[in-house]
Design a protein around this ligand. Structure first.
Ligand SMILES: C[S@@+](CC[C@H](N)C(=O)[O-])C[C@H]1O[C@@H](n2cnc3c(N)ncnc32)[C@H](O)[C@@H]1O
Length: 254
């Protein structure tokens, strides 16, 4: 085990203070080298990841999709070929610049600098947040998504959720990574509870931890401007979070 105090002190001196600064610094590298930031966590290739997501969302030409925290713009771009409209948003200007450069824009595809906590696009049929909601307030984001969606609208979340019971080693790994990426890992139950308070019913819950493949994600950290050094490196300790997918349906206004 590495010295936890030294690691935490080091990670407090990172060259970014928040997620916007992290993505402003890293988007050009990350999103030019990888399509989905976490593609390999679903399947083995970008195409596997995309097919999985499009299969889950069941879009058609009447759909309007909003991608909250759109990364490289890969999902919004592919969805725009099926839907009426797709919009990708991110708080990082650099991320949106890369999306526009890589994907282009047209009347069916738009990329915007915006915050999921207050972004509203009325008349959306689908909203997705793939590993991005940990950067934002649950309450504010669910409220905004509620305003964007009509009744029956779908909100699909892929999250890295906190374990209910943690060993000390796993807890230290999680705390280190939360500080490094400025990402909050929540309990799945807290996400579901907040969704229900804000007008959503749960349609499906999948724990995909066992089938995840971390290869791209680990590879991508070589582009980070400061090294990612987990305090505990055994295979067991590295499973310090769960990958959960939750599909919600809007059932009431709030
Ligand atoms: C881990 S990346 C995930 C990218 C993409 N969804 C994927 O799965 O490849 C997180 C993304 O969320 C964006 N982001 C962070 N906080 C946000 C916020 N409050 N509102 C909108 N986007 C945000 C980041 O700029 C980045 O594009």
């Amino acid at each position: 085990m590495k010295d936890m105090k030294k690691l935490m002190a080091f990670s407090k001196k990172l060259p970014w203070r928040n997620e916007r600064e992290f993505y402003d610094l890293h988007s050009a590298d990350l999103f030019h080298h990888y399509d989905f930031y976490d593609a390999s966590i679903i399947g083995d290739t970008d195409q596997d990841c995309l097919s999985f997501m499009l299969g889950e969302l069941r879009l058609d030409q009447t759909s309007t999709l909003i991608d909250l925290g759109c990364g490289s713009g890969y999902l919004a771009s592919a969805a725009s070929q099926i839907c009426r409209k797709a919009i990708g948003i991110s708080t990082s200007k650099e991320c949106i610049r890369v999306c526009k450069e890589r994907r282009g824009e047209n009347e069916k595809l738009k990329f915007l600098v915006a915050n999921m906590e207050n972004y509203v696009h009325k008349g959306a049929t689908h909203v997705v947040a793939m590993e991005s909601m940990g950067y934002a307030s649950l309450k504010k984001t669910f409220r905004s998504v509620n305003k964007s969606l009509g009744y029956g609208g779908i909100f699909y979340i892929k999250e890295v959720a906190r374990l209910v019971f943690e060993t000390q080693e796993r807890r230290e790994n999680r705390q280190y990574v939360e500080n490094y990426y400025k990402y909050k890992h929540r309990l799945t139950a807290d996400i579901i509870k907040s969704a229900q308070v804000h007008g959503f019913d749960i349609m499906a819950l999948q724990d995909r931890t066992d089938s995840q493949n971390n290869a791209f994600f680990l590879d991508s950290s070589k582009y980070n401007k400061s090294p990612l050094c987990l305090p505990h490196t055994s295979a067991y300790d590295q499973l310090y979070v769960k990958q959960v997918h939750i599909k919600f349906r809007k059932v009431r206004d709030i």
